[in-house]
Design a protein around this ligand. Structure first.
Ligand SMILES: [Zn+2]
Length: 113
């Protein structure tokens, strides 16, 4: 699969994640675990910062471990994509009419000076 050089590693990891259905990370992220190169399936047991693939130079790694998605050190777990993209659906919202701005009724107002 040809590399799309227009993608940042983070975007590449995101796309690989969607394609593979596994958490994907990229070179430079400090995240421990067993990873497989998304290009050549080279496997590494990573303890520190993810390297580039020693075999093909790929920067994107698929997390092969079990359990929840690991969070790279120094990063805050991002909110799930769906949570931010989905419209907010509020249920059980009282459908009371909004209070209308009081209409000021003035009598005896002359419309012309
Ligand atoms: Zn590789």
């Amino acid at each position: 699969m040809p590399h799309d050089t227009n993608l940042s590693p983070a975007q590449g990891a995101q796309q690989a994640e969607q394609r593979l259905g596994k958490p994907c990370f990229y070179t430079g992220q400090k995240v421990p675990g067993t990873f497989a190169c998304v290009t050549c399936q080279f496997r590494i047991g990573n303890r520190g910062v993810l390297p580039s693939c020693p075999d093909c130079g790929e920067m994107i790694w698929a997390y092969m471990g079990d359990g929840p998605r690991p969070v790279p050190e120094g990063e805050v777990a991002p909110p799930p994509e769906a949570a931010t993209a989905a419209p907010v659906v509020a249920e059980n919202v009282a459908l009371e009419p909004t209070v209308q701005a009081p209409v000021k009724v003035e009598e005896g107002v002359r419309l012309e000076p």
